[in-house]
Ligand binder design. Structure first.
Ligand code: NDP
Length: 332
C-alpha cells in the first residue's frame, strides 16, 4: 500500500494566499485491482503552480479539498495495457505525490519528446501555458506580420512564449515585467522593447516610448490598471486578447474602472476573453509546433524550479508575488 502526501486547502483564501491556508495530509491509496477503475498508480515528478489556482479556488474548491493542479507523473504500476510502467504523462490530479487513475484523464507526453528536453516543459512552454500563447495570438489576436504586439507579465510562463511567437511571426514585440532582471531576460530572448512596470515613472509614457504609433495587439495577462492605461494606446481596429487578470485575483473588494467602453468605441477595438481549453481538439498541432521551435532554439525557455513537495505553497505564493522567471514548477 502506498501512502501519498497531498496539500489540502485548510482555509479558503482571503486576499493574498498565506502558508497557513494549506495543510499537508497523508492519504492511503488502495491497491490496484484487475478490472474496475483503479488501473494505474502514478507518482508525480514535477507539479505546476499556476495563477488560475488562485482564481478557480473560489468556485472549484472548498475547505479540506486537495489543491487543484497538474503534474508530470510517472507510471509506477499498471493494469492498463495502454500505459507502460515507466512512461510519463501529464495528469490533472492536484497537489499529490502519488495518485490512482483509470487513464482517461491522462495525456501522454508527445512520442517525439526528445530525451534532452526537461519533461517539466510539458507543464510550461510545451504545455498549457505555451498553448495559451499559441492559440491566444493566432486565434484571438489574429496578429499579422509587421504589427506591434504588447504583452504584460511578459517574463512568465505564458508571456515569454507570446513574445517569442510574435517575433517568429514577424511582429514587433513590447513586454513589461516586474524586475530589471526580467527585463534583461526579455531583451535576451528577442523582445524589441521591454520595461519594468514597477519602476517606470509613468506607465503611459513607457508604453508610448516603446511604440509611439501604438499597438495593434495587446495580449493581456494582468488586467486592472495596466489594461486601463494600455487600452488608450491601441491603434484603430486593434485587438485585445484577455488571457488573464492576475492583478485582480487576490482582490477581496473588486477594483473600480476607468471603464473600457469609450476607447473601445473611438478606436473600434475588438476585445475577447478566452480559455485555452477551447482548442483542446488542436492540442497536438500546438504542441508539435512548440516542440519544434524549442528544439530549433527559436523559442527559449526558463524554469523556476522549487525543490521538494513540502515547498509547494511557498512556490505558489512566490509565483503570485512575481518571484518566477519563466514557468514556476515544483520538483518532488
Ligand atoms: P506567470 O508565469 O506569468 O506568473 C505570474 C506573474 O504575474 C508573476 O511572475 C508576476 O510577474 C505577475 N504578476 C503578479 N501579480 C501582478 C500584478 N499585480 N500586476 C502585474 N503582474 C503581476 O503566470 P502564467 O504565465 O502561468 O499566467 C499569466 C496569466 O495568464 C495569468 O493571468 C493567468 O491566469 C493567465 N492564464 C490564462 C489562461 C487562459 O486559458 N486564459 C491559461 C494560462 C494562464 P511580474 O514580476 O512581471 O509582476
Amino acid at each position: 500500500m502506498v501512502v501519498a502526501k497531498a496539500w489540502v486547502l485548510k482555509k479558503s483564501f482571503d486576499g493574498f494566499p498565506q502558508i497557513s491556508d494549506f495543510d499537508l495530509k497523508k492519504i492511503e491509496l488502495p491497491n490496484l485491482k484487475d478490472g474496475g477503475e483503479q488501473k494505474l498508480l502514478l507518482e508525480s515528478v514535477f507539479l505546476s503552480v499556476d495563477p488560475y489556482m488562485r482564481l478557480y479556488s473560489q468556485w472549484d474548491m472548498k475547505t479540506g479539498d486537495v489543491m487543484i493542479g497538474t503534474q508530470v507523473a510517472r507510471i509506477v504500476e499498471s493494469k492498463n495495457p495502454a500505459f507502460a510502467v515507466g512512461a510519463f504523462v501529464v495528469g490533472n490530479s492536484g497537489w499529490r505525490t502519488h495518485f490512482i487513475s483509470d487513464g482517461k484523464d491522462l495525456e501522454p507526453l508527445p512520442s517525439s519528446w526528445p530525451e534532452s528536453l526537461p519533461k517539466s516543459l510539458a507543464l510550461g512552454t510545451v504545455g498549457m501555458p505555451g498553448l495559451t500563447a499559441y492559440f491566444g495570438l493566432l486565434e484571438v489576436c489574429k496578429m499579422k506580420p509587421g504589427e506591434t504586439v504588447l504583452v504584460n507579465a511578459a517574463a512568465g510562463a505564458v508571456g515569454s512564449v507570446v513574445g517569442q511567437l510574435a517575433k517568429i511571426w514577424g511582429c514587433k514585440v513590447v513586454g513589461s515585467a516586474g524586475s530589471d532582471d526580467k527585463v534583461a531576460y526579455l531583451k535576451k530572448i528577442g523582445f524589441d522593447e521591454a520595461f519594468n512596470y514597477k519602476t517606470v515613472k509613468s506607465l503611459e509614457e513607457a508604453l508610448r516610448k516603446a511604440s509611439p504609433d501604438g499597438y495593434d495587439c495587446f495580449f493581456d495577462n494582468v488586467g486592472g490598471e495596466f489594461a486601463s492605461i494600455a487600452i488608450n494606446q491601441m491603434k484603430k481596429y486593434g485587438r485585445i486578447a484577455i488571457c488573464g487578470a492576475i492583478s485582480q485575483y487576490n482582490d477581496s473588494v473588486p477594483q473600480k474602472g476607468p471603464y473600457v467602453q469609450i476607447p473601445m468605441i473611438i478606436k473600434e477595438l475588438r476585445m475577447e476573453g478566452f480559455i485555452v481549453s477551447r482548442w483542446n481538439n488542436r492540442r497536438e498541432e500546438g504542441q508539435k509546433a512548440l516542440l519544434k521551435w524549442v528544439m530549433e532554439g527559436k523559442v527559449k525557455y526558463h524554469e523556476q524550479v522549487t525543490e521538494g513537495f513540502e515547498n509547494m505553497p511557498m512556490a505558489f505564493i512566490g509565483m503570485l508575488e512575481g518571484e518566477n522567471l519563466g514557468k514556476a514548477v515544483v520538483k518532488v
